[in-house]
Design a protein. Sequence first.
Length: 303
Amino acid sequence: MAEITQRDGAWSFDGEAIRIVPGRDRNVHVARQALGELTVPLVALAGVAYEPGRKSGRLRLRLREGADPLSQATGGKLPDAADPYQLPVEPDRTDLAEYLVDEVRQALILEQVPAGPCDRYVLPGPSVPISASAGDATASFDGERVRLDWNWKTEESKKSGGPRTILLPDLEMVEWVPAAGLENGYLRFITAKATATAAPKYDPHAVVLYGFKKDPLMALVAAAVMARMPHPGAPAKALPAQPPAPEPVPADARPAGGDEGEVDHDVLLRRLRELGDLHQSGILTEEEFTTAKQAVLRRFSDA
């Protein structure tokens, strides 16, 4: 087993997965502490690297696109301190970091893990129920619904409608954008019924983020919701094939020469057997089978 322990946390690799445990130091980011321990299976990894620095180095995991709901929600925009997939490494631990990198890389080669995107989430995302307070609201998610409770910083026109509840089936998209420079960030829940989107400050489906330390906690809420929505890379479900229309009675089962009294009974019996086979194989529904059978039986009664 390859293992390295630092003030920010500990990483260990057993050949199948990387176990990430956040440190208990008070300087460890609140988002990493809230996220807790992670197990990253080998199949979720696209690569791993050790990046040396002047004072300290850094271990960094690169995940396959679509493998992790947190990475999907943040788009790589989490602050370094809040990112659970990187670990600062002190100079006296460089050898351990490089050993872990070598072990993971060899395992990726031996297991022939593809580097391409995933069509399902390999990591489960943050556990629920989950709640975070940042910006102008508290966002909570219990696995079925999102609730937004406003605070004293909320714009009055948004607050006047009271707390907002959004059911998971109504959601089409979740957006988390961090504050940058003088621009505020936001967490927005976009529903299928929304015809227009107001600025986050006025949008009752959005939380405004001002760039404070707790903002990444809202990214955890976003990730928990996204983990329970359809995966963006999942193949589209094919529509069920429409059963073929019942075949008409063949010409040789019809009265010859226009005489309604002349019917070939052998042909009609063969037709009944064919219809039975189509029904048993599921090609004909019960209703279609009954209709076609009655049409053939009428030919018997007309004989």
